[in-house]
Design a protein around this ligand. Sequence first.
Ligand SMILES: Nc1nc2c(ncn2[C@@H]2O[C@H](COP(=O)(O)OP(=O)(O)OP(=O)(O)O)[C@@H](O)[C@H]2O)c(=O)[nH]1
Ligand SMILES: [Mg+2]
Ligand SMILES: [Zn+2]
Length: 285
Amino acid sequence: MKTSCGRVIKAVASKFWVDTEDGVKVCFARKKLKADGAIRVGDRAEISREGKDFVIERILPRTNALVRPYIANIDICLILLAPEPAPDFLLADKVIVNCLAEGITPVLVWNKSDLETGDLSEYNDVCRHLAVSAATGEGVAAVAELVKGKTTCFAGQSAVGKSSLINALSESPVLEVGELAKKIKRGRHTTRRTEMITLGENTYLADTCGFSMLDAVDLPPEELRLYFDDMERFRKECRFNTCLHLDEPDCAVKAHIGCGVGAGRYERYKLIYEELCDRRKNKYD
Ligand SMILES: Nc1nc2c(ncn2[C@@H]2O[C@H](COP(=O)(O)OP(=O)(O)OP(=O)(O)O)[C@@H](O)[C@H]2O)c(=O)[nH]1
Ligand SMILES: [Mg+2]
Ligand SMILES: [Zn+2]
């Protein structure tokens, strides 16, 4: 049987759009792949032809996967923030933890900088960050450079401008853009499913649904610190090698709050830590 390989770029009901060397093929899936989550956008698939239909025979092992956004095999996750809707840094920090746990490079993107500039200096020692405006095109060239030849997903709250930024990167706008609800300044969830567009030369951009709730990856709470590198670099100066930087005496991380460790980052570390503790408690109760 002749098979070829491709990338799943869109899934609707029981149909999958697979980008192959011969163009995009709309495929069905073998029965064994019909379980929920067996195939997701980003997957590398082996397909074959059956009469006039194309069928997904097999999904190649994933290099990584995220639940939110729901996607597989990505190199970079751009986490968008904007002046409106009000930026949710706790959400951004959880996405960063999830990315680092999966070996994905997180990058923070402050969009709508034509409206208001953002201060992301707390992230200087966490990940790369940049300011853009999908509306004016400011900073878009730097994003284009970053995503070239890579698979990148665009994540964040509804209406931060994920679809707008992808449109700004493409030659012609391909994605639907929504408006902010005027009174409550919240998004309307315009994008309803993960979908990848290709920009040539192995460049895949994944538009995803906005979200405002997220569980951090299921980690033992004691391991969370390993994903807060901006704090962990001071651990060798803590009194205890096992310091979690919470209530321990002589904690160097706490001593560095405001000078090396962002106060907001530290507070959010504690919040995520507590959330992971609650989750573990509920699991075993
Ligand atoms: N002023 C300004 N408005 C922007 C910019 N980028 C996007 N917008 C506006 O923000 C609103 C939401 O944009 P979308 O691209 O639909 O946002 P999204 O993140 O894809 O939202 P969901 O699909 O709902 O998750 C639209 O009204 C856009 O015109 C920008 O750089 N500046
Ligand atoms: Mg969208
Ligand atoms: Zn400490």
